[in-house]
Ligand binder design. Structure first.
Ligand code: FES
Length: 110
């Protein structure tokens, strides 16, 4: 993946401040005013979490904040939408994991 280096509205990428953040224990580069989803996509990361029950991969779907498919944990706060949340320096982002069997059974009984 790569980024657009010059955009007629957003300007030059080179003029933007570079940031680093962590996703699932690895460090990635982003630029100021870039969403978590955009930064991860630019770094080749398409899977943001797995489905809580089935474990199937999930990633960006609508990219406008409607579907919640991109939800991640940001600095310990769960259910943040990666497509709407801007990257900050040293931000810790974690993808959603499959629920343990005990919790899955409790969900099924509801
Ligand atoms: S991709 Fe749909 S809410 Fe983020």
């Amino acid at each position: 993946m790569s980024r657009i280096s010059h955009h007629p509205v957003l300007g030059d990428l080179a003029s933007r401040k570079s940031l680093s953040f962590e996703f699932d224990g690895k460090t990635y580069e982003a630029y100021e005013n870039e969403t978590i989803a955009a930064a991860l996509l630019a770094n080749g990361i398409r899977q943001l979490r797995v489905h809580e029950e089935s474990g199937t991969p999930r990633g960006i779907y609508c990219n406008i904040g409607h579907c919640m498919e991109c939800r991640v944990t940001v600095n310990g706060q769960a259910n943040k939408r990666a497509c709407l949340t801007l990257v900050e320096q040293d931000m810790i982002v974690e993808g959603g994991k499959q629920l343990p069997n005990l919790i899955k059974r409790m969900v099924e009984q509801q």
